[in-house]
Design a binder for this molecule. Structure first.
Ligand SMILES: [Cu+2]
Length: 141
């Protein structure tokens, strides 16, 4: 690796390589809340979770302090029509991962409150909880 690259500040590395939060055998990558359009009462959150532990983990819910309530959703397209269905708990085997992305799984944020640059998120698994700040930003795709 060139010496210059090693010397780059961490903040720069994070901004270009996507952010990551690792805790309790769980790896959270590239989480963000879609910046709501003016007057919107809801939005969505996207990102990835990988189970790096040796135990099966089950995601029960994800709370965001910028939303009054949240639901785990999946968008299903049938007969050319897209609709959203609530997901139950999401099981992650050791080494397994789940991706929340536009058009597929997402975390629905309802009764939105004022959002700043971040929303504090709490991911509740049957086995543990993980809390970190998720940035609010415009959708990229
Ligand atoms: Cu939804």
């Amino acid at each position: 690796m060139p010496r210059l690259l090693k010397a780059l500040p961490l903040a720069f590395m994070l901004s270009c390589g996507g952010q990551k939060h690792v805790e309790k055998g769980l790896e959270f990558r590239n989480w963000f809340v879609v910046k709501p359009v003016a007057g919107a009462t809801g939005s969505v959150a996207y990102g990835q979770i990988k189970n790096t532990s040796a135990e099966r983990m089950t995601l029960a819910k994800a709370d965001f302090n910028c939303a009054g309530s949240t639901e785990l959703h999946e968008t299903i397209t049938a007969d050319g029509r897209a609709r959203m269905v609530p997901l139950g708990e999401i099981g992650l085997d050791p080494g397994g991962s789940v991706i929340f992305e536009p058009g597929h799984k997402h975390i629905m944020l309802m009764r939105l409150k004022e959002t700043g640059e971040n929303c504090a998120a709490v991911f509740t698994f049957s086995q543990t909880t993980v809390q970190f700040n998720v940035p609010v930003k415009a959708r990229e795709k």
